[in-house]
Write a protein that binds this ligand. Structure first.
Ligand code: GAP
Length: 456
């Protein structure tokens, strides 16, 4: 994190409050007082996350010939994590304060707050009594089987990537691939973060989306640059503003042990510029290590006898970091006709609900009948919502707040000529359309490229 955020940035508190108010995200186990930095997703949160995953899979797998999907187990053979280096090295330096009993990352003391009031940096008050830093492994341990005994120790995966490497041979043979080709996986990962926080930004349980792209070593640098550009383009195509995104290349000291080059795609979150996604050139580290530990040779052998260990280019991100970036980017407050409205200007493909179907007068049986018929038609193809409760203005505002891009209103004129009003979330423009064309209108509108009205 660095630099002060510009003043027009929405605060994280506003995002948390909207997510809570509209049922996107709840604190987990809330009736038991919550479990720190763990969250449950409500209806709109689930739909938005599904959309992010679906758009990622579409770009990674559906629209390409060179990447296939995989879904590996969360609990892998414990030797996997020895080979990967996680047992030995997936650690953060930890210090305890004997006075306030809090724990801190030794390398992040400047960003932490001590447990005493008024809160200061740990170590800053005379009362602070910090221990020496010691290495703390971030993997969650568990045991496999009914008896807890030697050999039953296992780990919840801290990244999805290793499940891909250990399936390299299967995919190479059965999917009949040859480098350059990729394997994509989405799924939960678990890290016992010492200092989780900033809402969904750093949590202990999150859903990763990782793709390992296996390439001839001589092409690694070219593919690494290609994937940085490709992933940046994905964010722009999904509505994030260019001015809120930047690429930051790690210098040699910052890189992970396996990396020959890493670039973070950073987003200007309310906490400052921070990592949204990482793109790394992992070299042949992983395949070599798994070859060594499993004694199964993980290499490519061509028909002409050519043989080599591919290098791996990896774009890795979590749905949580994307969701927060998209909510922050989309959040707007404005005054329209002397009334305030909060609106999420989400990309229509990411918005949880694509259209609201609203009879102008909820007590009019004729309007309700037409509206429900339209709703039944549209719900076959999209997540749409029917709402006939309360004043129309309030119903529009409710949809604005969850980012619904279109509202179809059935009114008196509909009963005369079968046309409806379409209200567009961002411009508030309204136009009339025959009710029979609503479905095609929505399909077309969702398929069109979209740019945020908030500018660059
Ligand atoms: N396989 C490489 C890998 O896991 P990483 O930089 O540790 O690399 C990749 O994680 C991505 O996963 C990050 O860029 C971020 O989007 C996400 N991520 C990591 N830790 C997270 C956490 N505690 N909470 C939410 N997302 C996290």
């Amino acid at each position: 994190m660095s630099e002060q955020p510009p003043t027009d940035l929405v605060t994280m508190d506003k995002i948390v409050s909207l997510c809570r108010r509209r049922g996107f995200v709840f604190p987990s186990s809330e009736i038991y007082g919550g479990l720190g930095s763990t969250f449950d997703y409500g209806h709109y949160g689930v739909l938005a996350k599904n959309n992010i995953r679906e758009r990622w899979l579409r770009a990674m797998v559906q629209e390409r010939d060179d990447i296939v999907a995989l879904d590996s187990a969360i609990i892998l053979h414990p030797r996997v994590w020895e080979a990967s280096g996680h047992v030995e090295g997936f650690t953060d330096p930890l210090v305890d304060c004997r006075t306030c009993k809090l724990r801190f990352r030794a390398d992040k003391l400047d960003d932490a707050q001590c447990g005493r009031k008024p809160s200061k940096r740990p170590g800053e008050t005379p009362d602070c009594d910090l221990t020496e830093a010691r290495q703390f492994n971030l993997m969650f341990e568990t045991t496999v089987g009914a008896v807890q005994e030697a050999g039953s120790r296992a780990f919840l995966r801290p990244e999805t990537a290793q499940g891909i490497f250990v399936n390299f041979k299967n995919v190479l043979q059965l999917a009949r691939r040859k480098p350059p080709f990729g394997i994509a996986q989405t799924g939960k990962s678990f890290r016992n973060e010492i200092t989780p926080g900033n809402f969904l930004f750093r949590v202990r349980e999150f859903e990763q989306m990782e793709m390992e792209f296996f390439v001839p070593p001589a092409e690694a640098e070219e593919w690494y640059r290609y994937w940085v550009d490709e992933r940046l383009g994905w964010y722009l195509a999904h509505g994030l503003r260019r001015s809120r995104l930047r690429i930051r290349e790690h210098d040699a000291e910052e890189r992970s042990h396996y990396s020959q080059g890493t670039s973070d795609i950073e987003y200007l979150y309310p906490i400052g510029w921070s990592e949204l996604e990482g793109v790394a050139n992992r070299g042949d580290y992983d395949l070599n290590r798994h070859t060594e530990f499993s004694t199964t040779k993980l290499e490519f052998v061509g028909q002409d006898g050519e043989r080599y260990t591919p290098f791996v280019i990896e774009p890795a991100v979590s749905i949580e970091r994307i969701l927060v970036a998209m909510l922050v980017d989309a959040y707007d407050e404005e005054v329209v006709a002397e009334r305030e409205r909060t609106v999420l200007r989400l990309h229509p493909q990411i918005a949880p609900i694509k259209a609201a179907i609203l009879p102008l007068i909820g007590k009019s049986e004729d309007m309700v009948a037409k509206a429900r018929a339209l709703y039944e038609e549209l719900r076959q193809r999209h997540f749409v919502e029917y709402d006939d409760g309360g004043a129309i203005g309030r119903r529009y505002r409710r949809q604005d707040e969850i980012g619904t891009p279109f509202a179809f209103t059935i009114d008196d004129q509909t009963l005369e000529d079968d046309t409806i009003t379409i209200r567009e979330r961002d411009s508030l423009a309204q136009e009339r359309l025959p009710i029979g064309e609503a479905s095609a209108y929505l399909d077309d509108a969702l398929a069109r490229p979209w740019a945020t009205p908030k500018g660059d």
